[in-house]
Write a protein that binds this ligand. Sequence first.
Ligand code: ADP
Ligand code: ADP
Ligand code: MG
Length: 677
Amino acid sequence: MVSGLSGIGTVLVANRGEIALRVIRTLRRLGLRSVAVHSDADAGARHVREADAAVRLASGYLDIEGVVAAAKASGARAVHPGYGFLAENTAFARRCAEEGLVFVGPPPPAIEAMGDKIRAKATVAAAGVPVVPGGAEPGDDLAEAAARIGFPVLIKPSAGGGGKGMLVVRSAGELAEAVASARRTAAAAFGDATLLVERYVSDPRHIEIQVLADTHGNVIHLGERECSLQRRHQKIVEEAPSPLIDEETRRRMGAAAVSAARSVGYVGAGTVEFIVPGDQPGHPGYFIEMNTRLQVEHPVTEMVTGLDLVELQLRVAAGEPLPLAQQDVRMRGHAVEARVYAEDPARDFLPTGGRVLALAEPEDAAGVRVDSGLFPGAVVGSDYDPMLAKVIAWGSDRAAALRGLDTALRRTTVLGVTTNIAFLRALLADADVAAGRLGTGLIDQRLDALLAAAHATGAPPDEVLAAAALVLHDELSGGDDDPWDVPDGWRIGEPAWTTWPLAARGEPVAVRVRGLPARGAEVAVGDGPPSEARVAREGGDALVTLDGVTTRYACARDGHTVWLGRDGRAWALTRHLPGDPGDRAGAGLAGDGVVRSPMPGTVLLVKVVPGEAVTEGQPLLIVEAMKMEHTVTAPADGVVAELTARAGRPVDMDEVLAVIRAPDAGASPEATETGGS
Ligand code: ADP
Ligand code: ADP
Ligand code: MG
C-alpha cells in the first residue's frame, strides 16, 4: 500500500502522555507530520501542543471509531498506537486496515495469538520454547490445576497487562477469593474474565528480549532488558544489558524469542518476556508472554544499540526491509530507566493525584534522556495510568549508568503531586541493586529499609518544617486583617511569635516564627531552641538560611499547603486547623476510628452494613482506581457506626468512608461530625 517512509506523510498518534510525545519526537525528526488526539481533560496537554495538529476525541482514547475518524479527517496515512489503550486491540488494527490506514504494529492474527496468554503459551510451546507449568480455563478447573502444580501458584488474567489482577495464592483455602478478585479485575480492566494459573517461581528475574521483524521474512533480536525490580508485578526500574546474562545465554534466549515471533508471523517491534529462576543463572528462562507493541522500557535498548525503535516500526510499517541484520546489532555500554509514578510509597504505593505546581526535569543531555508528559499546571487524576515520566541514563558501564541516573533523579522535582522519586533513589542505592543481584521479590523483601532510606515515613526533618513555616509566614501573615496572622504571645518592644501547626503525615508539629523572614526572623520547631532565619526568593525557589546555613528548595504553595522540594524529595506541609485528621485532641476519640479512602478512585464493593461488629483488619470495602483494587480494613475492633461509602460512587483521597467505634462507646457527636466532613 505505502512504499517507504515518505509515502506515509502524516501519522496520527493514538495515545497521550510521555509515549505520545516520544513518538511525536521521532516523527518530527523524520520529517513526518504528527497528529495528536486528546480527551477533554487533556486539551491543554503537552502532546497536544507539540504535535503538528490535534483532534479532540469526544469519547476518549479507547473509542475506536473516534480515533479512526480523527485519522481520516486529519489526512493521516498511518496510526501509531503507543502502548496500552488500543495498542493490542485487534478490532482497532482491523478497522485501520479497512479504512486504508497503516496500523503501526503487527498484523491482527499475531496480536490475537499473543494478546491472550493462554493461547500464546500454547503457540510458543508448540514451537519448542519452554513455558511456565500451569493450567488454563476453560479446559482446566483452576483449583484442580493449582493442586496439580503445587502451591504457591500465580493467578493471571489471560488478557492481562501491567501486572493487573495477578495474585499469588499460597494455599488451597485462599484460592476461591483470589479467583473471584482476579476475575473482577480481569473483566473490568481487559473485558475478558478468563484466568490462567501458573507455578509461582519464587523471586525470579524478569528478562525480556526485544525483537524486530519486517514484511520480508527477516526477524532479529536486539538483546535483552532486565526488569526484575518490580512492585505488584509492575516494572519500576529496567536496564540493558542484564547483569545476569552472558553472551551464550543471550544468544539462546534471543533465538527462542525469534522462534516465538516467527511462530505467529510477527511483524514490527515486539517483546518476548521470560522469567528466569533466580538461583539458576544459566537457565534459558520460561516464556511468560509476548507484548505485541512498543514497550514502556524500550529506551534502554535504544540507548545501548543506538537505534530508534519508533523509526524502525515506521519503516517496517511502510514496507521497508529491516536496515540491519542480526550480526549488525552492536551493544555499547549500559542503560538504566526509572519510572516516575504518581504514587505514595508511604501509603502502600497507592496512586496519588493533584496539580503540578512546579516542575524541574533534567535536560536531555549526554547520557541522560527524559521521556515525560509532565508540565506545570498538569492535572494528574485517576483516569489514566499513574506513570508520569521516565528518566533514563546511559554510562560506559553499569556503575556509571546508575550514577548518572541517580544524578538525573536528584535533579527531578515535582511539586503538587506526590511521586516515588525519593524511593527510586533509595532503591538504586541499595547494595544488592548496585551489585546487580536483582529479583522480582527484592523490593518487597526490604520495603521497610527502602522506605526509611527514602524518608518516606515519619515526620519531615526539622529544617524542612522550619522552612515551610517561614514560607507560610512570609506569604500569609501580612497585615493586621490577615486571618492567618494569629499571634499567640506579645511582649512590648518585640515582634510576636506566630505558631504554625504543620502536618505532613501524622501529628502536626508546632513551628513558631517571629519577625520578617525576608529581612531576618527567628524560628523554633516544637520545643527546640530558636534559630536565626532568613528566606530569599529566586524564581520558584526559596533559599532558606538557618543559623548561617543556606539550603535551596523548590517551593510552591497551594492554599494552606507548602510544597518544598530538594534532591528528588518533596514534602507537602499543610497548616493544620483544629478538627483536621490527626488532631486527636481536637476531635476527641474520632481520629482512630475514621476510615478514609487511601486513594482517589471508586468504591467497588462494600462488605459490611451499619451496626455490624467488625474485628481489626477485617475487610470493610474495596476501592478501585486504575483498575487496581485496594481492600480497606477495619482499623480496630468495634462496630460500624457510620457507613458513607456506596458501591459505584467515586471518592477522593482521604474522603471518609466509614467510622468504626468501640462497641461500648455511645453515639458521640464528635465522631459523627468528623464522619460527615
Ligand atoms: P510494559 O509491558 O511495556 O513494560 P506495562 O506492562 O507497564 O508496560 O504496560 C504499559 C501500559 O500499558 C500500562 O499503562 C498498562 O496499564 C497498559 N497495558 C498493558 N497491557 C495492557 C492490556 N492488555 N490492555 C490494556 N492496557 C494494557
Ligand atoms: P503482565 O501481562 O501483567 O505483564 P506477566 O505475565 O508478564 O503479566 O507477568 C508480570 C510479572 O509477574 C513478571 O514480570 C514477573 O515478575 C511476575 N510473574 C509472572 N509470571 C510469574 C510466575 N509464574 N512466577 C513468578 N512470577 C511471575
Ligand atoms: Mg508482562
